[in-house]
Design a protein around this ligand. Structure first.
Ligand code: ADP
Ligand SMILES: Cc1cn([C@H]2C[C@H](O)[C@@H](COP(=O)(O)O)O2)c(=O)[nH]c1=O
Length: 205
């Protein structure tokens, strides 16, 4: 999902030795050479969706290909979720012209066909759209103040179709589901309970 506790989860695991944590490059999406494609996309998705998503795709690929510095790497989202969820949502909601979707899809298909992007395990922090909406208001990121609950509901359905029902797009790895509507204390407990599974990749599923 979005705005549901991914960064908080990664911060927790970053305190463990032998784990390398790669957070999402949101700061780049908010500032590329003085421009803010994230804000532009929320202001006018039809015009700027392609701009943001092209840059997201590039920066996610860069994250995937960066050299590994620890036995276990945890990465916030992937090039797959950017395409299967956010690009798909823009297109399906009529906020991305067909030609923009086609060009992004060609890029995505070329990348995933020609470049190896190994993923061992997807950890899905499963939250309701309402929880995300509350956390969005709590975090209060300027660009995201315009996000309505309906947007979070659409993103949620796309995630559920992909990772739970498994009816929409190919899965690059097995999925570990962690219910994440709970308070922070409860979540830290769940992270501990799932630590071995997460660190083992798909081996203990
Ligand atoms: N379990 C939780 N309960 C309540 N608030 C949370 C919880 N996890 C994270 N938050 C808060 O919700 C907001 C979004 O969390 P964050 O980790 O930045 O989400 P994401 O990286 O998925 O966008 C932050 O203000 C964070 O402090
Ligand atoms: C991957 C991706 C993200 N976004 C947007 C959604 C949020 O506003 C921010 C960051 O997400 P997070 O859940 O707070 O980490 O970026 C997007 O518009 N398109 C994307 O592909």
């Amino acid at each position: 999902m979005t705005i549901n506790g991914k960064t908080t989860c990664l911060e927790y695991f970053s305190k463990t030795s032998n784990i390398e944590v790669l957070t999402e490059p949101v700061s780049k999406w908010r500032n590329v050479r003085g421009h803010n494609p994230l804000a532009l996309m929320y202001q006018d998705p039809k015009r700027w969706g392609i701009t943001l998503q092209t840059y997201v795709q590039l920066t996610m690929l860069d994250r995937h290909l960066s050299s590994v510095s620890a036995p276990v790497r945890m990465m916030e989202r992937s090039i797959f979720s950017a395409k299967y969820i956010f690009v798909e949502n823009l297109f399906r909601s009529g906020k991305m012209p067909e030609v923009d979707f086609a060009v992004l899809s060609e890029w995505f298909d070329w990348i995933t066909t020609n470049i190896s992007i190994p993923v061992d395990l997807i950890v899905y922090l499963q939250t309701s759209p309402q929880t995300c909406y509350e956390r969005l208001k709590q975090r209060c990121r300027e660009e995201e103040k315009v996000i309505p609950l309906e947007y979070l509901e659409s993103i949620h359905h796309l995630y559920e179709d992909w990772l739970i029902k498994q009816t929409s797009f190919p899965l690059p790895a097995p999925v570990l589901v962690i219910p994440a509507d709970h308070d922070l204390q409860n979540m830290l407990h769940q992270y501990e309970e799932n630590r071995d599974k997460i660190l083992a990749g798909s081996c203990l599923l």
